[in-house]
Design a protein around this ligand. Structure first.
Ligand code: NAD
Length: 694
């Protein structure tokens, strides 16, 4: 609901549509009517537009996009044009956030005043869109092209002080905000000169040609494959080159094209997927969570050090344990180095760094975990070691403490079986670097207690991670899907594609890096350990690529040994194709009677990505993942899958499951049982359904 109040010569229109004062059809209608009424009342000299609660306006309702309600009149366009044309000054009084359409509404006002907690942003680009209601035309005219472009292409919020500094806000009001806004409006009634909106204020840039081409090159590099940043730039360029009305029409047309395109749908899908992932299905009742105020981390290697940082960053004290002083010192030094790098980049103060370091305490004794509410194990990936460690934890940890493993692939149920309290055991699978990567697979064991699951999911949020609940199997969701993906990449190089060609095709598809560059980065010994473990259950008649094992036999373990699938110059991470490896691949193929020939980029992408999709369908059917969008969340946030394709399952839906299924059947005929179509995929394809429909 929205009320219109009068205060002397100033009308106040208040947006009141909890939770974010979203611009629903009703809200637009009421603002429009409020403005018409104020314009028709000779006693009213100015209008203040403000928001109820601690927010101005969060913008359009995402769920209303692509629905008739979104375009029903008065549209936001009509409303903003009406406001802009008003002879009486309209003042946006921004207390709290003004985002997206909410900020565009404020930009169509003649003046803006802000409270100290105000924040303004045009975040549309993050959902594959551009501001669709004048934002790209009005903001450059208001504050100049360069800062406007930065806000529109970056999508990040600007606080009150910065808003004043940039010229977005005309005044910062401390104290009674509404009284201050009304006083400001009163002053504006006395202004005889035209109000600012009437003046073309685009601060033209000296050499616009160069400016925009530089901006395009930067966006293409930093946001490779994303169309929206380039469209943002095109619209700001239009603001410079076209009259206002033509610029607005250009922006509208580009907005609609993006709105109907796959990329924005993919990004909106991921936006909702991330929120959906936090919901836990199958809990007996709403669960009380266990308090986590002190955490223990076991193993101060690559993962343990990063995990300890995650908690220190969230102001939770951590005890970090190692078996030997030397390893502990190395881990603590790694943590200090990581923080120091952040400080040197100006992203953390020295004081905060010291505070966080002070929260991490090193130890060589299990007894130090006696008061921990949660202990996360990150020791070697070896079941025997893990069981031993959990046996010890069982002895020293207090009743009710949660015992978690960061294992990448091992059986959480077996690990839990080495304790007397399997209900308290859970998997917390962080990704490397753990202090940076936002994904956290929360692995529910067969006996994990419901409140332990609920606590882990809530904890993910409090340490700023995206928790995705998964079940127990070799590799859970992410690494399990990686297995057939890597398998196909290895088969393709035996069949005639070069290592570089496979990596390039998948990089061009949008992956952060190709599978071989990734394997070299992670360390080839990791994959080998997993293959060795799987060897016992791998049927002997199935094709197996020996290439990676032979590379390991040469002592090449990837970047850490300056050689793997590629070679690397000393202290460089740039992969250089290596003829020695190509010769090894040819030899392996010859020995295994594999016919070599040209392989197209299309084949490379389909063989690897469809392998992900087929495995994803099995994971879904086995209920290892709760929903297909969870698989997308895992793959985009943990494995470098291009966000603008929405994740492997959304990508399959966007191609059409019938087409994906048909191609997988063809691979099945050509390459045998690895490619047996997942029953769920087959069923959905035949019923004309999508993964997202189940
Ligand atoms: P790492 O070799 O870098 O570190 C392991 C550390 O554990 C070593 O410092 C070692 O001294 C210590 N350790 C061994 N036994 C111990 C014991 N009994 N008590 C205390 N400390 C002990 O290994 P990592 O890469 O950090 O991997 C650790 C775990 O995390 C593994 O289970 C791995 O599968 C998993 N993981 C690794 C990655 C990755 O990318 N490296 C990603 C996700 C999960």
């Amino acid at each position: 609901m929205l009320v219109s109040e009068h205060d002397g010569a100033v009308a106040v229109i208040r947006l009141d549509n909890p939770p974010v004062n979203g611009l629903s059809h009703h809200v637009r209608e009421t603002i429009f009517a409020g403005i018409e009424a104020a314009l028709g009342n000779p006693e009213i000299k100015a209008i203040v537009l403000t928001g109820a609660g601690k927010i101005f306006c969060g913008g359009a309702d995402l769920r209303q996009f692509n629905t008739p309600a979104a375009s029903a009149e008065p549209s936001l366009q009509l409303l903003t044009e009406r406001m802009e044309a008003s002879a009486k000054p309209i003042i946006a009084a921004i207390d709290g956030v003004a985002y997206g359409g909410g900020f565009e509404l404020a930009l169509a006002c003649h003046y803006r005043v802000v409270s100290p907690r105000a924040q303004v942003a045009l975040p549309e680009v993050k959902l594959g869109l551009i501001p669709g209601c004048g934002g790209t035309q009005r903001l450059p005219r208001l504050i100049g092209v360069a800062p406007a472009l930065q806000m529109i292409v970056g999508g990040d919020p600007v606080d009150a002080a910065k808003a004043v500094q940039l010229g977005i806000a005309d005044d910062l009001i401390e104290g009674d905000f509404l009284a201050g806004a009304l006083a400001f409006a009163e002053r504006m009634t006395a202004v005889t000169a035209p109000h600012p909106i009437d003046i073309e204020r685009t601060a033209m840039i000296a050499d616009s040609q160069d400016f925009f081409s530089t901006a395009r090159a930067k966006a293409a590099k930093e946001k490779r494959g994303f169309p929206a940043p380039l469209e943002c730039i095109a619209c700001v360029e239009a603001a410079v080159n076209l009259p206002r009305q033509e610029g607005l029409a250009f922006e509208r047309q580009r907005f609609i094209a993006l709105l109907n395109g796959t990329e924005s749908k993919a990004l909106r899908h991921l936006f909702f997927a991330e929120r959906e992932a936090a919901k836990i299905t199958g809990l007996s009742s709403p669960q009380e969570t266990r308090p986590i105020t002190r955490v223990g981390v076991l193993g101060a290697g690559t993962m343990g050090a990063g995990i300890a940082m995650c908690f220190a960053n969230a102001d939770i004290p951590v005890t970090l344990m190692e078996v030997q002083q030397e390893a502990l010192d190395r881990g603590l030094a790694l943590i200090r180095k990581n923080y120091a790098t952040t400080v040197s980049k100006g992203k953390l103060s020295q004081e905060k760094m010291e505070h966080r370091l002070g929260l991490i305490e090193g130890t060589l004794k299990y007894e130090a975990f006696s008061s921990a509410d949660l202990v996360i194990e990150a020791v070697f990936e070896d079941m025997k070691v893990k069981k031993e460690v959990f046996g010890r934890l069982d002895q020293v940890c207090k009743a009710g403490a949660i015992l978690a493993s960061n294992t990448s692939r091992l059986d959480i149920n077996e690990i839990a079986g080495s304790t007397s309290r399997p209900g308290d055991v859970i998997g917390l699978h962080f990704f490397s670097p753990a202090n940076v990567m936002r994904l956290l697979e929360v692995v529910r064991g067969a006996k994990t207690a419901d409140d332990v699951v609920a606590t882990a999911m809530q904890l993910a949020k409090s340490i700023n991670k995206i928790g995705v609940l998964v079940g127990v199997c070799d590799g859970f969701v992410g690494n399990r899907m990686l297995t057939p993906y890597s398998r196909e990449a290895n088969f393709l190089i035996e069949e005639g594609a070069s290592v570089l060609q496979v990596d390039q095709a998948l990089y061009d598809f949008g992956m952060a890096m190709g599978p071989f560059a990734m394997a070299d980065m992670a360390g080839l010994d990791i994959g080998r350990a997993a293959r060795l473990r799987q060897a016992a259950t791998r049927p002997a008649h199935l094709r197996y690529s020996r290439v990676a094992d032979q590379i390991c036999d040469m002592g090449r373990f990837g970047q850490k040994t300056s050689a793997g699938f590629y070679r690397y110059e000393t202290s460089s991470r740039i992969p250089i194709p290596d003829p020695e490896i190509e010769a090894l691949i040819e030899r392996c193929a010859r020995e295994d009677n594999i016919q070599r020939g040209p392989v197209s980029s299309e084949e490379i992408v389909q063989r690897t990505i469809y392998a992900l999709i087929n495995e994803g369908a099995r994971i879904l059917e086995e209920e290892i993942a709760q929903r297909s969008s969870d698989i997308d969340t895992v793959y985009v946030n943990g494995y470098g899958f291009p966000a603008y394709r929405g994740g492997p399952m959304f990508y399959a839906d966007s191609i059409g499951l019938d087409k994906v299924y048909a191609r997988i059947c063809e691979f099945h005929r050509r390459h045998g049982e690895y490619w047996e179509p997942a029953p769920l995929l087959e069923r959905l394809a035949k019923e004309g359904k999508r993964f997202s429909s189940i």
